[in-house]
Structures are given as structure tokens and as C-alpha cells.
Design a protein. Structure first.
Length: 126
């Protein structure tokens, strides 16, 4: 498996994008819940992600920008609204593995935990 997550920003950005693209919050327990990469794309409102999950806009941008050069996502910024980006998944998220090792499933679980607890404590992944 490829090593793709070297920071929490990278993990959370991809997890938030994936969850926001589904109207439901799945835990990714079963591979059949995962869509093909070409089906996961759309405009992402960074302020809405912050409101829904507590992930800062800067964190989202830093994470997505780290994935873009590696070919995991295609990222375009809206010229009119700085808080809107177009993201297109270019690789199956099951093939994006972390270096700790973190996986997309762990990222989604962490994201949902953050949403449910809204803890002001700093994010620490161990």
C-alpha cells in the first residue's frame, strides 16, 4: 500500500471531503460502502465543513493541497469565492494508507468523533 498521510491535516481533509460527498455519515466498515473514485467529486464549501465537523478551512486546504500533487485528488479553487473548492477523487480511498498507519476509515471515525464531541482539545493522532 502507498504511504499517503504524513499529517493529521491530510487525513482529516480527505475524510471530510469523502463524508461531505455522501449525504450520510458512514463508518466505512464494509468495502461495498465505498464508491468508485470517479463518483466522488464536487464543490466543497470550507465554511460548511468547519461548521459541520470543526475542521478549519486552512486545515482542509493544507490537506487537500498535499494530496493534489500526488494524484490522489484534483483540486480547483473558485475564483469568486475563496471558501469554495472543487475536489475530485482520483484514487480509490482504500488504496490511500497512512504512515502511522492511518487509514481513511480511521479518518472518518475521527472526524465523526470530533463532530460528536466538539472537544476544544488539540487533535493528537498516535
Amino acid at each position: 500500500m502507498e504511504k499517503r498521510f504524513s499529517s493529521a491535516d491530510e487525513l482529516l481533509a480527505l475524510a471530510a471531503f469523502y463524508v461531505s460527498g455522501h449525504g450520510t455519515e458512514i463508518l466505512l466498515e464494509d468495502d461495498c460502502d465505498l464508491e468508485a473514485p470517479e463518483d466522488v467529486r464536487g464543490w466543497l464549501l470550507l465554511d460548511q465543513i468547519h461548521q459541520d465537523y470543526g475542521v478549519e478551512s486552512d486545515t482542509m486546504l493544507a490537506g487537500l493541497e498535499a494530496h493534489a500533487p500526488r494524484g490522489a485528488v484534483r483540486l480547483l479553487r473558485d475564483r469568486v469565492s475563496a471558501g469554495t473548492v472543487y475536489v475530485e477523487l482520483r484514487r480509490d480511498v482504500r488504496q490511500v494508507q497512512g504512515c502511522r498507519p492511518w487509514s481513511i476509515r480511521q479518518g472518518v471515525r475521527l472526524l465523526l468523533d470530533m463532530k460528536n464531541t466538539r472537544s476544544p482539545a488539540p487533535l493528537r493522532l498516535v
